[in-house]
Design a protein around this ligand. Structure first.
Ligand code: T4K
Length: 399
């Protein structure tokens, strides 16, 4: 063993040459939607054809609602045509106003839902391990105008639910979770849907669990369901009565069918994601300049919907953006979720933010979500790791 080899990590020692690494024939995306066996979908379509009923609280939608009620062990579920409208209408139905404390490290729809309710977002910083709202920063940002906290279980990583619940209780604030990424996640054997006053789940095609497009609210107050049913159906109470200015946010029968079918495969999808994450973690653990979120505590059941890593340019020898571009040359489409921060988008730049958002700004510069989905084969994951390791190796050679 010579001196140079001694200081190299095992991954770097085993690294492939660029000649051995060829671009993928087909694009490797950050995610792909799970598609159930087409025969199962066809059988469901036949039923929809027979019913000649496509939307407006049809029988498949009703079955889907009962299935989810059983899954989440609550009747307090309401389905929508997407997660954005679910959150927007949930906020509206709860009468949230004034200021809401929220995270800038999320998909822009979280903040848009506030905007459409004329609520002022108050962005505060996240914690560095799992990127969820920092409870201390939340407490420091409370003013007499604060009505709620809107926290995001980003990448399916649970927020600090106990601390946030405690703050909400002490300051009499409503606690709302954007759980768009967190279907299937549990804390202490209890679904994440049961934390806070209301949670929104997205069933968009890019999510681990999906219904093509779709969204769901779960909530604590059973009286709230009636209001949500009005809001998503133009405010109709009966054929001749409109009790509030609602909109059209109904889920249709085809979405509901997909949702029912994908649910049957959820455990398998989670298991496949777990195996993929294990390969990434093993292959890239010792690569300098790459950071994985620390493993979650044993009381959390995770869903493995995303595979975020952080790229530290100084140690990795290449910026996150450069690595993202290099991967693209090999037909690998990793994604920089969530860069830019929502607070940096043109439409929110004029929102006054007292918190310097130091952690969130750093994470947004370093974050990269690697491909993970049920039918990506393990050789492809290995090849992505080879390529990342190759780039770090190039840097090591230059040192
Ligand atoms: N809150 C949070 C925290 C969210 O992340 C989201 C949505 C929401 C709220 C709002 O929920 P929804 O209203 O969407 O239900 C995607 C999704 O469109 C969006 O739902 C999601 N978050 C966000 C994180 O990601 P894009 O712009 O990255 O999607 P797109 O079209 O670039 O797709 C990503 C990759 O997925 C593609 O490169 C290829 C693959 N793909 C995508 C689709 C649609 C497929 O293979 N097949 C497909 O059908 O936003």
């Amino acid at each position: 063993m010579n001196d140079t080899t001694e200081i190299m990590s095992p991954d770097v020692r085993d690294r492939k040459t660029l000649l051995e690494l060829k671009p993928f024939d087909k694009p490797i995306y950050v995610t792909r939607p799970y598609l159930p066996p087409i025969e199962e979908f066809a059988a469901g379509l036949q039923e929809i054809w027979d019913n000649q009923w496509l939307t407006n609280n049809g029988p498949v939608l009703q079955r889907f609602t009962s299935t989810l009620s059983r899954y989440f062990q609550t009747d307090n579920v309401c389905l929508f045509n997407n997660g954005t409208l679910a959150l927007q209408l949930g906020l509206q139905g709860m009468g949230i106003s004034g200021e809401v404390i929220t995270t800038p490290f999320t998909f822009v729809a979280t903040t848009h839902a506030l905007y459409w309710n004329k609520i002022r977002p108050v962005f505060v910083d996240i914690e560095p391990d799992h990127y969820t709202l920092d409870p201390e920063k939340v407490e420091a940002a409370i003013t007499p105008w604060t009505s709620a906290i809107l926290a995001v279980h980003v990448f399916g990583y649970p927020c600090k639910v106990k601390e946030l619940a405690d703050i909400a209780r002490r300051h009499n604030l409503t606690l709302i979770y954007d759980a768009a990424h967190a279907f299937g996640v549990e804390i202490d054997g209890k679904s994440i849907a049961h934390y806070g006053d209301m949670s929104m789940f997205s069933f968009h095609a890019t999510k681990l669990y999906h219904s093509i497009e779709g969204g769901m609210l779960t909530f604590q107050d059973s009286g709230f369901k009636q209001i949500l049913d009005y809001l998503k159906n133009f405010g109709f109470k009966s054929e001749t009565e409109v009790v509030m200015p609602g909109t059209n946010a109904k889920m249709n029968e085809l979405q509901a069918l997909m949702g029912i079918l994908v649910l049957k495969h959820l455990d398998d999808l989670i298991e496949k994601g777990r195996a993929i994450e294990a390969i990434y973690r093993e292959r890239l653990a010792d690569v300098p300049g790459l950071k994985f979120p620390p493993p979650l505590p044993p009381n959390v059941r995770y869903n493995y919907g995303y595979m975020p890593i952080e790229v530290n340019e100084a140690e990795f020898g290449m910026s996150r953006d450069r690595l993202y571009e290099e991967l693209k040359k090999f037909n690998i489409y990793a994604r920089r979720y969530f860069y830019p921060l929502v607070s940096d988008f043109a439409c929110y730049q004029n929102v006054q933010t007292r918190d310097p958002l130091t952690v969130a700004k750093g994470v947004a510069e370093r974050i990269l979500c690697l491909p993970t989905y049920y039918n990506i084969d393990h050789d492809s994951i290995d090849k992505i790791c080879d390529l990342i390791t190759y780039h770090r190796g190039q840097f090591e050679d230059r040192l």
